[in-house]
Design a protein around this ligand. Sequence first.
Ligand SMILES: *Cc1c(COP(=O)(O)O)cnc(C)c1O
Length: 392
Amino acid sequence: MNNYLLFTPGPVNVANSVRLAVAKEDICHREVEFDQLLQSIETKLLKIFELKQADYRAVVITGSGTAANESMLSSVVGDKNILIITNGEFGERLVDISTIHNKNTYRLDFPWGEVFDMDKISDYLKCNNIDVIAMVHHETSSGMLNPIEKIGALAKKHNALFIVDGVSSAGAERIDMEKCHIDFFSSSSSKAIGSYSGLSFILGKVQEFEKLKELPVKTMYLNLYKFYYFIKTLSQTPNTPAVHLFFALEQALINFLDEGVINRYATLKNRAKRLRQGMSNLGLKFLIAEKDMCSVLTTVHIPEHIDVGNFRQKLREKSIIIYEGKGCFKNKVFQVGNIGELSDDDIQYFLSSLSNILASFNMTEKSDIQLTSAAHVSSLVEQLSPTQLSIA
Ligand SMILES: *Cc1c(COP(=O)(O)O)cnc(C)c1O
């Protein structure tokens, strides 16, 4: 049962099978049932990311995506130098976390919503002795998909460890950790993976997990080596896990693999494309170029005469939840996610609700946006047949 359609980049509307999995059974996390559950989750994660267990392992943490990021940043740097490359809110959060744990935290900032300047990054790495590079893959605050392959190549060239916050890209974009030279990659249960919030995971190279043993311990609960050691030796977690969320995550991964990894990515891409075409037909403009977007969400300029809070409330009255912009994007943009259980009808419903709401704003105030009447806008939306909208 759902009251709301979550057009957000997480939390998401979960599949019924995931909802039911939460109430599966009561088990003890120190018994074989949990060992098997964790093994099943790890095996599926490695399968989705096309990794071999001999070379890579996945640990699961009870805690949202930030817990996984804090676990990586507190456990892999030691006393060495870490460079964090940012172009948005989540990149800056990595800096905030790292600053707590690592005295040698350096940053290279690019404006929010702008692509990385590769020459600047390359020059920085030539002139400075950097041991670890960290960045966000999909910068959720703008919707920009950052170039992990290019940065990974630089990390390899400079013999630096490469860690990536993939919280909002995992499950929506194909990520080749090997090719991108990624040593540790974080994500969470509640975005494109499609489960409830509360769990996160880190995929990492076995070789690098092993090396963590030698590093100073900076946190007790999020000590990444400990998570690795526990899964390796016991197939368990160091402390009491949120067992029922593990059931839900397992089910979400089963659904993912049943649909097929490639199919899932294509579905999300088609859905994003449909939404973007529909919004674009309503005269809306996007913050960044479509080629730089991920298939998770779209960041849209709010027409000048519309108050974003008011706008969001009107959508809410239609049971649709969207995001407002944050930081320098506050009151300038809104964000529409397209992950989770959203049907073609839901997308259609969103677009027609959006057109009605935009038209209602237009009737009360003049604007240069090219909308004449609600009927006109609705007819525009109706012209979009699913076949025209799907991509080859
Ligand atoms: C959502 C998100 C996070 C983590 O946020 P939580 O609230 O801790 O789940 C981290 N990085 C990115 C890029 C995100 O989109």
